[in-house]
Design a binder for this molecule. Structure first.
Ligand code: SF4
Length: 413
């Protein structure tokens, strides 16, 4: 490999992914203009199936947040939201997105030719992941004078009891009359069942994609997966997402059959716990690959697997699917989940990302990283950083920590 050559191996499916995401955004743009469909904004683990079944085009501000991070526009835009009173310590998706709105700039222009994000007809949230999404949407409710409705989910759950499921299913059902009014259409139960079934199949395919990395060498890295997860987030319930993952799976299986790893000469396997540092994905992917280390699994990418959507009753399915998530669960549940993942993927060490503006996705503040290392007898590092605000991230310190982790493992081998 020459000095300037990247060690990242591109997946050929990524060309089709680009086209699919472009179609998704162009359809949203059309709907927000003069198109017949209405636009609903939804949080990433909100009731997308219900919205899609009612004919809404569904837009996810968190996907926009990730684009603001990946393009490194976020760090410059966050102060505009801070000037409106939004603290630099709260979700930097929220602050960069609001900063982007008030600064009238979006990465969607460069990526897909959109003049602005698609204007919503309704804002729909679920507080399962955090309270920030509700406050985020409340900004747009005030700003644009549009309705905001949502679901309040209890958090830190050890067990998902029948009472919780019943309550959440009822909350999902209660959204229907207002959504029907805005959509100008009645909910067709068969359509809802079909969309939910498609969402479930998408989820299963996405799980299979991620599980290919159990193989040694892994045909896919966590960094690939953060890009490949786009359709599972924004197009679940749309059959195009299923077709995409079928093709991707075929490509990954080819790699497996031929013994081709995503990282050349894979020597070490890591688990990434926490959010990506979106503005440093490439640097991280290159550093791990150049150290013959593969980040094979993550909590983040596995968060769009919704087994419960197989339930015959879509409302019960959504209630369970969106409360069984890792982020909604208790510390003990999370630790058990990470132990299982570490064994399934045969990992040699953990990377915990302590994202300063998202405590909801940072699981190294109450000793779990130390307990896991001890129990599994594998090392870990904690990277201090952030999903979008690069002022909270130290490149040099992180590089050194990753090198030291790999050196430690080399010493053990
Ligand atoms: S979970 Fe974290 S990153 Fe996601 S919206 Fe909430 S605070 Fe922001």
């Amino acid at each position: 490999m020459s000095r300037n050559e990247s060690p990242i191996k591109k997946l050929r499916s990524t060309a089709a992914l680009r086209d699919l995401m472009a179609d998704y955004y162009h359809e949203l743009d059309e709907a927000a203009g003069s198109g017949p469909a209405k636009v609903a904004w939804c949080n990433s683990v909100g009731p997308a199936e219900l919205l899609r079944a009612l004919g809404f085009k569904v837009y996810f501000p968190e996907n926009h947040g990730a684009m603001l991070g990946a393009t490194r526009m976020a760090t410059d835009l966050i102060p505009a939201a801070n000037a409106l009173g939004y603290s630099p310590e709260i979700c930097s998706y929220l602050t960069s997105d609001i900063g982007s709105y008030v600064s009238r700039t979006t990465p969607l222009t460069r990526a897909y030719g959109l003049a602005s994000v698609p204007t919503p007809d309704v804002l729909v949230y679920n507080t399962n992941q955090c309270r920030d999404v509700q406050d985020w949407f409340a900004f747009y409710k005030r700003e644009l004078g549009i309705p905001m409705i949502g679901i309040e989910t209890p958090r830190s759950l050890s067990r998902i009891t029948p009472d919780i499921v019943e309550d959440l299913a009822a909350q999902h059902r209660a959204l229907v009359p207002e959504l029907e009014r805005i959509a100008g259409a009645s909910l067709d139960p068969d359509r809802l069942r079909a969309v939910t079934a498609s969402s479930f199949r998408c989820t299963e395919l996405w799980r299979e994609v991620l599980r290919t990395a159990c193989c040694r060498p892994a045909p896919l890295t966590y960094f690939d997966a953060t890009i490949q997860m786009g359709p599972a987030v924004v197009l679940r319930g749309d059959e195009r997402a299923e077709r995409y993952y079928e093709a991707l799976l075929e490509e990954l299986r080819e790699r497996m059959q031929e013994g081709v790893g995503a990282v050349d000469d894979e020597r070490h396997r890591f688990y990434w716990e926490g959010m990506p540092v979106w503005g440093k994905l490439r640097e991280h992917a290159e550093q791990f690959a150049s150290l013959n280390a593969c980040v094979v699994a993550s909590t983040y990418c596995n968060s769009w697997i919704f087994e419960a959507l197989a339930d015959y009753d879509p409302f019960t399915g959504m209630a369970r699917a969106y409360s069984e998530l890792f982020i909604v669960r208790s510390e003990a549940y999370k630790q058990h989940y990470l132990e299982t993942m570490a064994r399934d993927y045969a990992i040699d060490g953990f990377i915990f990302h302590n994202a300063k503006t998202c405590p909801n996705n940072s699981n190294c503040n109450y000793g779990m990283h130390v307990r896991l290392s001890k129990k599994l007898d594998i090392p870990h590092i904690v990277i201090d950083g952030d999903l979008n605000d690069l002022r909270l991230y130290s490149e040099e310190q992180t590089r050194t920590q990753i090198e030291a982790l790999v050196e430690q493992l080399e010493g053990i081998m």
